[in-house]
Write a protein that binds this ligand. Structure first.
Ligand code: F0G
Length: 452
């Protein structure tokens, strides 16, 4: 059989409140055209993020009941640690409440004024944490990543020659860590090849540099490697995942993605001295080393989620369902970032609304239009998220349709396709926006807009 089915049945359902276009018009105005300000009850299909929005399995909920809430030495921590150790090979395993807590601790230890942190593509919180420490965050995408229609199989790869040039230019002593984000969220959820990770490792070894993964979506990355990278098709996802982690000195992980939990994060470290300092920092603000800002039950859910995400029938369904959305949108002439990524489809808003210039936020205009038309909440990843004073213009204007794990069925996705196709047919009616109020840092969360 060729049809790839959802490899689960639905045991519990959460009703969606239907809304009218007039109701949504009032809601988006009330939210001052910022979709983060909408009430979730006023959203029909929520594609704002795939983070913390997945459906947990019966086994994960059973883990919630099993959770042991001892302050220290909880057996729930042991289960979490054993799962992480078996999967990654790391011994230094710290739980945190989410990915950015791992980032905050890492850059508190490694960041600082005058330092430079290269990454294939920093996500917003990673960039903000690097910059908060005083360091400079540099994105080193391969040139193919700048072309939305280029179908490079590993479009998330880092430009390794550019990394070498950066090291020559600023000096290895000013680079506390080289990071690589798998899959690269802000560049389209595109995978990074093992060959690229090995090449980064080799450069880091030659210059005595640390190499860390931002491994939020490591399993989706590994699933892309299996069919696309020469010599990998016979290996299991587990083996590929293990090699990815073996190449790194550490990793920050948000378990809200490939851990399929509602809250949780991990900081992996090989260097005992760094682990010691990170443990102290963890205790100071997150919690003791065996719970790190989480409840014991959350550790149980994470241990089980990190096991389930490696199941190949799950990954086949997951990646195929994202590709289905992407291919159907392309079929309707909707411009997307190609090829479809791991956790989301990114609409190319610059191509979708060519008459709205970057300073009037075409991505935001598109996201607002999609909500008005169909109650779908998407996320701008463009000049709102990455622009502003002191920031270079982002390479692309994108609107991300992030797909929560195991939550929406094919008919939900068909509805999204129909809505995007209709919006595209009427795109000349979309209006640009102006920011009337925004903070300096991470402004997309709270900026307020008016229509131009
Ligand atoms: N790194 C990447 C690549 C991410 O995508 C995220 C979160 C983080 C780090 C931070 O993790 O949210 O647990 O603190 N991305 C979410 C998203 C928010 O919508 O893509 P966190």
């Amino acid at each position: 059989m060729d049809t790839i089915i959802e490899p689960f049945r639905i045991k519990v359902v959460e009703p969606i409140r239907m809304s009218t276009r007039d109701e949504r018009e009032a809601c988006i105005r009330e939210a001052q055209f910022n979709l983060f300000h909408l009430h979730a009850d006023d959203v029909l299909i929520d594609l704002l993020t795939d983070s913390g929005t997945g459906a947990m399995s019966g086994e994960q909920w059973a883990g919630i009941m099993r959770g042991d809430e001892s302050y220290a030495g909880s057996p729930s921590y042991d289960r979490f640690r054993d799962q992480m150790r078996a999967m990654t090979g790391f011994d230094g395993i710290l739980p945190t409440h989410q990915g950015r807590a791992s980032e905050r601790i890492l850059f508190e230890l490694l960041g600082g004024d005058g330092l430079v942190v290269p990454n294939n593509a920093h996500f917003d919180t990673t960039r903000a944490n690097v910059e908060h420490s005083g360091a400079r965050a540099v994105d080193l995408r391969i040139p193919e990543a700048a072309d939305p229609t280029d179908r490079h199989p590993f479009k998330g790869n880092m430009d390794v020659a550019a990394l070498e040039r950066l090291i020559d230019e600023v000096g290895a002593d000013r680079i506390p860590v080289v990071m690589c984000t798998v899959t690269n969220n802000s560049g389209g959820g595109q995978p990074v090849s093992l060959a690229n990770l090995r090449a980064i490792r080799e450069v880091c070894d030659r210059h005595g540099l640390r190499f860390f993964l931002d491994a939020c979506r490591f399993a989706e990355n590994a699933w892309f490697i299996k069919p696309r990278e020469p010599g990998q098709s016979e290996r299991s996802v587990r083996e590929i995942v293990r090699e990815m982690f073996d190449l790194a000195d550490g990793a920050t992980i948000s378990a809200k993605k490939d851990g399929i939990v509602h809250i949780g994060g991990v900081l992996l470290l090989r260097d005992p001295e760094l682990l010691h300092r990170a443990s102290d920092a963890l205790i100071l603000t997150e919690g003791y080393v065996t719970y790190g800002g989480l409840a014991g039950r959350d550790l149980e859910a994470m241990a089980q989620g990190f096991e389930e995400v490696l199941h190949e029938d799950y990954l086949a369904y997951r990646i195929r369902s994202i590709a289905y959305l992407g291919e159907r949108l392309l079929g309707h002439g909707v411009p997307i970032l190609e090829p479809p990524g791991g956790h989301a489809i990114y609409i190319d808003a610059a191509a979708f609304c060519p008459r709205i210039p970057a300073e009037k936020f075409p991505g935001q205009a598109l996201a607002v239009g999609l909500y008005r038309l169909a109650g779908i909440r998407a996320c701008e990843i463009g000049s709102v998220m990455f622009g502003g004073e002191g920031h270079a213009a982002p390479p692309m204007e994108l609107v991300r349709l992030a797909i929560p794990r195991r939550v929406y069925t094919q008919s939900h996705i068909d509805y999204v396709v129909e809505a995007c196709a209709e919006l595209h047919a009427t795109r000349s009616e979309l209006r640009g926006l102006r920011i009337v109020e925004a903070p300096q840092v991470l402004r997309h969360f709270s900026a307020r807009f008016v229509e131009d």
